[in-house]
Each structure stands twice: as C-alpha cells, then as structure tokens.
Write a protein that binds this ligand. Structure first.
Ligand SMILES: [Ca+2]
Ligand SMILES: [Ca+2]
Ligand SMILES: [Ca+2]
Ligand SMILES: [Ca+2]
Length: 286
C-alpha cells in the first residue's frame, strides 16, 4: 500500500496526491476492512465488535449490558428506557429497583428517610407514613361468665357477694397474627367502688396474677358514688396467647358480705368488663 503524505513546512506548502485505498473503493479509512469506519471490522459502526450497534458488547441492542433485549441494567447509573431512575443504587429519590422513591411502594428507602414501608396508607398498623410507631390492638372484653358474681344488685354492677362464689371469668380471642411482636400488654378494669377494709380482688391473665385492687385503692364505697376508677395493669406479654383464647379472672380475697363493684371500662360500651390493649411493633421496625 502506498501512501503519499502531505508534508508541511514552515517555508513551503506542498501539494499532496491522495492515492485511493486499494482494498475497496468505498473504504475511506486505513483499517483494512471494507467499510468506511476505522475500527477494523467489517460493519459500518464505530466499535470493534461484529454487530451493527454502537456499543462494545456483542449483542444487537444499543444498551450496555450483555443480554439481547433492550432493557437496561438497574444500578448501572444510566437511566434505561424501562427505569424511572438509576442512581447506582438507593438515593433520596430513587429506589434500588430503579423506581421512584415513594412512601407506600413497599420498598423501604432509608436514604429517603423511610423507617418502614408497608405498602399501605393504613394507620395503627405500626408503620404510618413510612414512620415506625407503636401499633395497638384494643379488645373490649365482655363478661362471658358471671358465675359467682351478681350482675345486678348493689349499684347494678357486677359484684362479688358473699355466698355467690369467688371468681369472675372473661374469655376472649385475640386476633393478632401469632408472629406479632408484642411490646406491652395493658388491662384496664373499671371499678365503681370497693368496700370492706382489708379485702381485695386479684386479677389473673391465663392463670397468672398481674395485679390486685383493694378497698384502699378504690373510690368511695357507696352506691351513690358516680366515680369510676380505672385499674390499669401491665401483665407479662409472654403469657399472652396471640391469635388464640385468653382468660381474665378476678378472684376475691374473702367471702365476706361486702361487694367489690366491677363496671365498664370508661368510655367503652356498657357491659364491657375489660379493655385489653396489646402494643406491638411492625415487622419492619423490629
Ligand atoms: Ca440502568
Ligand atoms: Ca419505588
Ligand atoms: Ca418506599
Ligand atoms: Ca401502614
């Protein structure tokens, strides 16, 4: 191959004669192939592979990955046609799956200050607006057995009375998933009056005592008393049966004449015996 170079000097401008490349009359470069680019292969693009696209891999699409479809790779830093964004991983505006970072999309993006993302807008489930909160399950539990207790009588409350027995039982079924992580249990009991010095009630959850309430704790002992005290206790949550049956029992310390009156939990439906509140944590916030 003969190439005649133009030679430039400070003193002269010499005409050069261009000799066509003998390999092909259509190849104007010097790489020896038959096309017009300079990459040395036989196709017409500018890269060094044998396909006709302009990237350097061997497939036939125009993206930079090695598969043959036109989708891009999420996480390569380039927003491909099927991606909302691609910031080389999580950013404040882009998720690791190359979708826009949004609260409610089910993907927790800590960089976007999401503590959790449970893919819903529900409140009270432990994850609200992508922030971890304590969730609460509240059960208002009616009496299911008044054996041993007088449901009417003094003050028309559920009363213990001498000769009627010693135990009031309420059973209820919890509805939380068995996998729930409880952080606390609270049992509230409305008590209108407690009488007889030295007597007391003992409260049990599934047979385990979690508190007592004595005459010294209660409001004034009189049927005319309108005050309802709320006895509030925190049983050990490890003894609680998630998604299953639980029993609250009230036992009286004595079988003397006077009554201890159990009434509704304040602000709840009449007839409710206990309010059981279970605090729990969203799985995403453990
Ligand atoms: Ca990409
Ligand atoms: Ca997203
Ligand atoms: Ca999200
Ligand atoms: Ca929620």
């Amino acid at each position: 191959m003969l190439v005649l170079f133009a030679v430039l000097s400070s003193s002269a401008c010499v005409d050069a004669t261009i000799v066509p490349n003998p390999e092909s009359s259509s190849d104007s470069d010097s790489d020896g192939d038959s096309d017009s680019d300079s990459d040395g292969d036989t196709d017409s693009d500018s890269d060094t592979d044998s396909d006709t696209d302009t990237d350097t891999d061997s497939d036939s699409d125009t993206d930079s990955d090695t598969d043959s479809d036109t989708d891009g790779v999420c996480g390569d830093g380039t927003q491909d046609s099927d991606e909302d964004c691609d910031d080389l991983g999580e950013s404040a505006t882009c998720d690791t799956d190359c979708t826009v970072a949004e609260c409610g999309d089910g993907l927790t993006n800590a960089t976007a200050l999401e503590e959790c993302d449970d893919a819903n807008t529900d409140l009270g489930d432990g994850c609200e607006n992508c922030t971890c909160v304590t969730a609460q399950s509240i059960l208002n539990v009616p009496f299911t057995s008044t054996t041993g207790w007088l449901a009417t009588g003094c003050c028309n409350e559920a009363n213990y009375r001498h000769g009627d027995g010693t135990t009031l039982v309420a059973t209820f079924t919890d509805t939380l998933p068995t996998t729930t992580t409880l952080s606390a249990l609270n049992v509230q009991i409305g008590i209108r009056h407690a009488c007889t010095s030295g007597t007391s009630m003992t409260f049990q959850l599934n047979g385990v005592t979690f508190g007592t309430w004595g005459s010294a704790d209660g409001p004034h002992c009189a049927c005319s008393n309108s005050t309802v005290a709320t006895a509030s206790f925190y049983p050990d949550e490890s003894g609680y049966n998630l998604g299953a049956s639980n029993t609250i029992s009230i036992l009286h310390s004595t079988s003397t004449q006077c009554m201890e009156a159990i009434t509704t939990v304040p602000s709840t439906t009449a007839g409710t015996a206990f309010r059981v509140t279970a605090d729990y944590t969203s799985d995403q916030c453990i």
